[in-house]
Design a protein around this ligand. Structure first.
Ligand code: FEO
Length: 393
């Protein structure tokens, strides 16, 4: 039995074997669907449920804790990895009411066909007494859906943050026991689903400053008993600061683009710039997403296929455009055999990025001496930009 504080339990499920989320996001370390049970002196509340594939685990945990009655099911978020077992819980505990905000209520009706009569809706800041424990609801929109809220348990100073501050990490530990491992997983999670809402996340960070938080209990990954660790990480990620880095996702068919990439990477390193190179034919896109959180520049490397960009390069561009990192500069390097519109196609896939496009380097066939000089100049231009930003010497 996992207990955060007296009468506050984690009753969710660890999914060690899941390897893909949303049929897109790799989960190298599995994940968890955290649900929390709070037993007050008068009422009992379940905060979120689990992915429907793990409903049996949730029920077993409730039995182990000895729950004969649930008065409230707090639904922080409509997405099914947390709400999916609500219908089963309502069947087992028919007197329970689903407590959520009006927007999430609408989603739960749409997604899970929960009956209108089952709901109690609450406003931002409203409190709900369980007797000796008080729940305070805090709207945290766009982490990563518009309806999401968290709950602050006032007496125990625990903030149940739902996806906010979460990490896809299956672990047997209730609390963070290795900050380096959790940092990487949390950064991956932020990059994949929160980064595109950076402005909203900043506002939510400001908002929770008013709470005296001693513990953060997210809906994925371990609980933070030292909350400043993850709050400071988020502050850094959402800040406008970019790093002296170039992210270089590339693909090469017959080696021309690869030779350009190899030369260009060497040129950047000689200039003191950190490079993160990804061969798109074998890349964990989560790693690529993590690297986009801080880097000042993205350079996509692509050959020309049937007069356009290689589809894997297009995928990387679409991914970057979707994730909306704070990247300031972008460019393209690559090759062609006889012609094409690869550059126009790739730049056209980046409308969401507020980037300055630095003149691409595109070569016909195999790169020659002049082409390597052009790549050196591209590296010089990037360094000059970084000096202006004071992120390079
Ligand atoms: Fe973990 Fe947005 O659900």
């Amino acid at each position: 039995m996992k207990q955060l504080k007296p009468n506050v339990y984690e009753v969710g499920a660890v999914d060690w074997d899941r390897r893909l989320f949303d049929e897109m996001i790799p989960l190298p370390d599995g994940t968890s669907y955290n649900a929390y049970l709070i037993k007050g002196s008068e009422k009992t509340a379940l905060l979120d449920t689990v992915d429907p594939t793990k409903t049996d685990v949730l029920i077993e945990n409730l039995v182990e804790v000895g729950v004969d009655r649930i008065d409230y099911v707090i639904a922080h978020h409509g997405e099914q990895d947390h709400s999916g077992a609500i219908p089963d819980i309502l069947m087992l505990y028919p007197d329970a009411k689903v407590v959520t905000n009006p927007k999430c209520k609408g989603m739960l009706i749409d997604l899970l066909d929960v009956d209108d009569d089952n709901f109690i809706t609450i406003d931002d800041g409203q409190t709900l007494s369980l007797g000796d424990k008080t729940l305070q609801f805090v709207y945290v929109p766009w982490v990563h859906w518009p309806e999401t809220l968290g709950t602050f348990l006032q007496e125990d100073k625990i903030f149940f943050s739902c996806d906010f501050f979460g990490s896809h990490l299956a672990t047997s530990s209730l609390f963070v026991d290795d900050q380096a491992v959790v940092y990487e997983a949390a950064k991956r999670y932020y990059a994949e689903i929160m980064m595109s809402f950076r402005a909203a996340i900043k506002k939510n960070l400001e908002k929770i400053k008013a709470l005296e938080i001693e513990m953060i209990a997210p809906s994925h990954g371990p609980v933070y008993d030292k909350p400043e660790f993850i709050i400071n990480a988020y502050k850094d990620w959402v800040s406008d600061r970019v790093r002296n880095e170039v992210v270089l996702p590339y693909v090469s068919m017959h080696g021309s683009t690869r030779k350009m990439v190899e030369h260009f990477v060497g040129a950047l390193i000689k200039r003191g710039i950190t490079v993160r190179q990804f061969n798109l034919s074998a890349t964990d896109v989560g790693k690529l997403a993590i690297s986009l959180v801080d880097a000042a520049t993205i350079v996509v490397g692509s050959p020309t296929v049937l007069s356009g960009a290689h589809p894997l390069a297009a995928y990387a561009a679409i991914l970057a455009n979707t994730l909306r990192p704070k990247t300031k500069f972008a460019s393209i390097i690559g090759s062609y055999g006889w012609g094409g519109r690869m550059v126009e196609q790739l730049t056209g896939l980046l409308p969401n990025l507020k980037v300055e496009i630095i003149e691409p380097v595109i070569v016909k066939g195999c790169p020659k001496d002049d082409d390597f000089v052009a790549l050196d100049k591209l590296a010089d231009q990037i360094l000059a930009k970084y000096k202006e930003l004071k992120i390079a010497d």
